[in-house]
Write a protein that binds this ligand. Sequence first.
Ligand SMILES: Cc1ncc(C[n+]2csc(CCOP(=O)(O)OP(=O)(O)O)c2C)c(N)n1
Ligand SMILES: [Mg+2]
Length: 284
Amino acid sequence: MDSPHEQHRGSNISLPERAYRIRRNALRMGEVQGQGYIGQALGVADILAVSYFYALRYKPEDPEWEDRDRFCLSIGHYAIALYSALIEAGILPEFELETYGTDDSRLPMSGMVTYTPGMEITGGSLGHGLGICVGMCLGLKRKKSSSLVYNLMSDGELGEGSTWEAAMSAAHHGLDNLIAIVDFNNQQADGPSTQMLSSEPITDKFAAFGWFVQRVDGNDIDAVRDAFDQARSHKGKQPRVVICDTTMCKGVPFLETREITHFVRVEPDEWEKALKVLDEGRPQ
Ligand SMILES: Cc1ncc(C[n+]2csc(CCOP(=O)(O)OP(=O)(O)O)c2C)c(N)n1
Ligand SMILES: [Mg+2]
């Protein structure tokens, strides 16, 4: 299926290859600092590939182009994941990857709007992204803009009351230009989300708040792409959410099985090994 946007058509680079490259960028950045939220980056790489190379409308050379779709990173700690996609998208130059997390870098460890081209919001204080996006959507509607606002949020943010205030107001205002994506990796700082504070049944909850809801395997690129298509073409005057079940550290099996994946510990000699394993699984 072709992207709805001209800019993505005709590329001979497949979405799985894009996802592989995003994962690779993230591992290289992690190696620079010897740490990073690498489990999250590997987990959402497929979602980012579909977002930046299929769904989103933007101009790499003009990240502030007024008619762009907005991709908001509610979860500032996932910045390493978004930088990896922005590099692959040509919004950030690849060499800056080497500066990740260092003084004076445009790529701080937590995502900040004033530092990084392509970063739409400062999202480190969890639970605020959706509310910010509601404001953006209202503003875009006033301007009669056809741009969409995507908000990548986490399952941990579903435990924040502010998320649900925003969800309620998005439905109240009929924000059909809002597409929330939840990285449902069943992990938060202290352990599995379902054990810390379960948000299940999550599809029923969003539906009860008036949203158009889908739930897919977030590491299945075709499924994510189809869900984004459905979200965009849905006729209801309501906000949309795609719950994406993902596996943290996806693509590097020896990390996938680590018990603590929120801030996965990677030993100095393991970065190279992780890159090697990822390369072995590179799509044909
Ligand atoms: C308002 C707020 N409370 C607490 C934190 C500290 N914090 C940073 S990441 C995180 C885990 C949240 O869950 P999730 O985003 O699902 O974690 P992950 O999937 O990345 O493990 C927490 C509690 C924060 N950044 N903001
Ligand atoms: Mg989580």
